[in-house]
Design a protein around this ligand. Sequence first.
Ligand code: NAP
Length: 213
Amino acid sequence: MDEKKRAEIKNALAKHVDKISKACENSLKRLGTDYLDLYLLHWRGRIPLEETIEGMEKLREEGKILRWGVSNFDTADMEELWNTSSGKNCMTNQVLYHLGSRGIDFVLLPWQREHNMPIMAYSPLAQGGSLRSQLLNDPAIDDIADKYNVQPLQIALAWTIRSNKVIAIPKAVQDEHVLANAEAATIEFTEEDLSRIDQVFPNPTRKMPLDII
Ligand SMILES: NC(=O)c1ccc[n+]([C@@H]2O[C@H](COP(=O)([O-])OP(=O)(O)OC[C@H]3O[C@@H](n4cnc5c(N)ncnc54)[C@H](OP(=O)(O)O)[C@@H]3O)[C@@H](O)[C@H]2O)c1
């Protein structure tokens, strides 16, 4: 590579790292805080991963963020990330995961478990059931909900975090929902419950494309 090309790449990299820094600064101002516990790349985009990671690592060194992660990365993206120089500092991958959308159970979830990186499940309640109404009215889910004296969506949330390797981020404004979601964390399924759930929301038998909303 000639000097001119090398200088152009260096310049583009500096510009991108600067953009990440400004975006984070703006978020800190809007939130009225000095640092963030976790800062995520929303999706892959066109910027080379190395550049994004360099920006994230710089923010971490400056103390503006404590950790960084990614979102909407499928297994191939995670493998590529893992092979970059600081990719192993990624703390989580936030992806769509709920009982009615469990494609990641086939490859991505086992991959992340093997690499000791938790999945962060977004929309774990399928947006209150609107993405999959069967969560609200399936007879098997109703039966299991009755057994634990809870609502079907609490079963859906408890299922999402059943392995202790998945963090779920349900969004709830109403107090009763916040309390119900906290209570869901106390539900411990039996093998029989889980196999009944698998019968109505089957475990994938092949790699599925990552579901995104
Ligand atoms: N990374 C990404 O690309 C991405 C994409 C989408 C979403 N997200 C994030 O994921 C988080 C949650 O996702 P989401 O809001 O899409 O969906 P969600 O958490 O699955 O569902 C939220 C809806 O469920 C209702 N709800 C909450 N708890 C309930 C309960 N116990 N019983 C009945 N209804 C209940 C809420 O109502 P109330 O609010 O009225 O209580 C709200 O309408 C958000 O922080 C969002 O930013 C990330």
